[in-house]
Design a protein around this ligand. Structure first.
Ligand code: UDX
Length: 450
């Protein structure tokens, strides 16, 4: 009989996982304690932007292969494999991860399980969590049942969530008996049929793989952004530098795009939670470099505000257009968005900030209602003293000065993502600033010296 899969928590990770498991042919039950989400998802409506996911959701809710519920009793009685996909946000006023949701979900589920089952954690958690949860499960489950717990971190990227789930570049599985591992091989049979690496390990390594991957990516971005601070100082082009070092295959060019830095629901909170966890373990110095990674990242936002002040003389009373507030393109997510943070800082300094983003307006508005949200790109640019590109949506990267000139008050632009060609803009009389690219005067040739 085909495995029945439940997914506990239907946020970004859970909703994607549930729909993709249905796409792979399993019967799936998604569980969320938020009745509104359950209602929306059951009706085939996705409450966030993710390319390709609405189609999968509609397709599988309409046949009944994918259902949603708020009932742990229903999930516990029905499922064979239960994925835990609830959030682990940063605690308020603390760098550590808030484990309330993971703990509550696991205990509620374990109490409700009425047949032998496998619980598979997907959430990003501090090392040691899975072992602690297994003990919790053992203490609340029905004695006669075999309920194992494994950890199977998720590496999906927003904007590519469906692709990353259906065809991951690796599968990592921690803990579990040989039978439990075999069950997960069944779940991932489709990916395994194309030779996707399947790494089996202990619970701790599996937990650490996820945070190590995100810490490495964050470090790579801050590494190049630290060099951007240098090229801003001495002159130079950070993109050429990234291209040149990226050609060394040991380094690689990906995640070396300098700009306003990283944000989102994962990288920032994961590097903070990792530091908090290793400090808790008594390894105070071990991850200290991640504080620098975080600081370099946040300094990039200040740099944009500084450049805006330099270009405008003062911010008070000036109209500034912010292009993009999502933390990255093809997403409506504004969690820890560098772009939205810069917009808010400019507003606090007295500027009138007019924002346009193709997808993230509603999320940004509910976080910062006092900023001005324009109805269109053109409306956002109208009468602007300064334009700042902060999220590299394709429609912004393709902008030409001629598109803006009839609308703006002043020809001044900051490219916060290094996607525009400076010459195109300066040739038409624009004042152009970017992060990490500053032209230096050509050296005098020996001829001109003689
Ligand atoms: C990340 C990880 O990539 C993914 O594997 C994990 O499962 C969740 O966290 P995501 O948060 O979707 O995924 O975004 P990602 O594509 O990693 O980008 C993170 C941030 O870094 C964005 O704000 C992006 O703009 C920024 N970034 C990325 C850069 O500033 N420069 C780069 O070169 C790459």
């Amino acid at each position: 009989m085909s495995l029945r899969i439940t997914v506990i928590g239907t946020g970004y990770l859970g909703a994607t996982h549930a729909a993709c498991m249905a796409e792979l042919g399993f019967e799936v039950l998604g569980l969320d304690t938020d009745p509104k989400k359950v209602e929306q998802l059951s009706a085939g409506v996705l409450p966030f932007h993710e390319p390709g996911l609405p189609d999968l959701l509609r397709k599988h809710t309409s046949t009944g292969r994918l259902r949603f519920t708020s009932s742990y009793e229903e999930a516990g009685a029905w499922g064979d494999v239960h994925f835990i996909a609830v959030g682990t946000p940063q605690k308020a006023g603390d760098h550590a991860a808030d484990m309330t949701y993971v703990d509550n979900a696991t205990v509620s589920l374990a109490k409700s399980i009425t047949k032998d089952a496998l619980i598979v954690g997907k959430s990003t958690v501090p090392v040691g969590t899975a072992r602690r949860l297994q003990e919790l499960v053992n203490s609340v489950k029905t004695d006669s049942l075999n309920v194992e717990l494994m950890w199977n971190p998720e590496f999906l990227r927003e904007g590519y969530a469906v692709r990353d789930t259906l065809t991951p570049d690796r599968l990592v599985v921690g803990g579990g008996s040989a039978d439990a591992v075999a069950t997960l091989r069944q779940v991932y049979a489709s990916a395994l049929s194309t030779d996707t690496p399947f790494i089996t390990t202990d619970l701790e390594t599996a937990e650490l793989v996820k945070v190590a991957a995100n810490a490495f990516l964050a470090t790579k971005i801050s590494f190049i952004n630290a060099f951007a601070e240098v090229t801003e100082h001495v002159g130079g082009d950070i993109r050429v530098l990234a291209d040149a070092i990226g050609l060394d295959q040991r380094i690689g060019r990906r995640f070396l795009n300098a700009g306003v830095g990283f944000g989102g629901g994962c990288l920032p909170k994961d590097i903070r939670a990792l530091q908090a966890r290793v400090s808790e373990l008594g390894l105070d110095r071990t991850m200290r470099f991640l504080s620098e990674v975080d600081e370099i990242n946040l300094r990039r936002r200040e740099r944009v505000v500084h450049l805006a002040t330099e270009l405008l003389g003062e911010l008070d009373g000036r109209t500034i257009t912010v292009l993009g507030v999502a933390f990255k393109p093809n997403s409506d997510d504004v969690r820890d968005s560098p772009a939205l943070d810069v917009a808010a800082q400019l507003y606090s300094a007295g500027a009138e900030v007019s924002i346009y983003d193709p997808e993230a307006m509603n999320n940004a508005r509910s976080r910062f209602p006092r900023l001005k949200y324009a109805e269109s790109l053109e409306a956002a640019l109208q009468g602007s003293h300064l334009t700042i590109l902060l999220t590299e949506w394709q429609e912004f990267s393709a902008l030409e000065p001629q598109d803006l000139e009839p609308l703006v008050e002043s020809k001044a632009i900051i490219d916060g993502r290094n996607v525009l060609n400076p010459d195109t803009w300066t040739d038409r009389g624009w004042r152009f600033e970017s992060l990490g690219r500053r032209s230096v005067p050509a050296l005098a040739t020996s001829n001109s010296l003689s």
